[in-house]
Design a protein around this ligand. Structure first.
Ligand SMILES: [Fe+2]
Ligand SMILES: [Fe+2]
Length: 155
């Protein structure tokens, strides 16, 4: 029994946009008075987004590079990897600043800055997912069966 790579990636992206719109717009996770609200964002990034990136980095990108040796694919994968590095760096900074704010009963100004950084990170993440939807997913669809052979079993 193989795992469908296209479906896994599509569901991962849908999950990110649904979670962010629910948590952010509906419950205002970034508008509360308490920096602990941002902890929910941190937990989400740690559990879902980082796991998703790992699957792309460890399985999907190497498989695509093997299956399609064109320069276009090599450039696309390099750009997406660069996005991942940028997003993971922003996550680390956000987690560090959040830990500091919570330990130091931080001022309203730095909490505002923290929220601003979180919003920027979310925008970058959504732009990355949109880029993958437009350029990566059609390639995954094209090589779906071959990539499915190297996908880890669904947990
Ligand atoms: Fe990605
Ligand atoms: Fe992705």
């Amino acid at each position: 029994m193989t795992t469908d790579p296209l479906r896994t990636l599509v569901e991962g992206h849908e999950h990110v946009s649904e979670w962010l719109s629910t948590m952010w717009e509906a419950t205002g996770v970034l508008d509360g008075e308490d920096p602990a609200d941002i902890l929910r964002l941190q937990t989400f990034l740690r559990t879902h987004v980082m796991e998703h990136f790992e699957l792309e980095e460890q399985v999907v990108f190497p498989a695509l590079l093997r299956l399609d040796e064109s320069q276009a694919v090599s450039i696309l994968v390099s750009e997406l990897r660069r996005d991942h590095v940028k997003i993971l760096g922003a996550c680390s900074r956000l987690f560090r600043d959040l830990a500091w704010a919570m330990a130091n009963d931080d001022s309203a100004e730095s909490l505002t800055a923290l929220r601003g950084n979180a919003r920027e990170l979310i925008d970058t993440l959504l732009a990355h997912a949109a880029r993958e939807d437009a350029h990566l997913l059609p390639l995954v669809a094209q090589h779906k069966d071959a990539i499915a052979q190297v996908m880890p079993a669904a947990s």
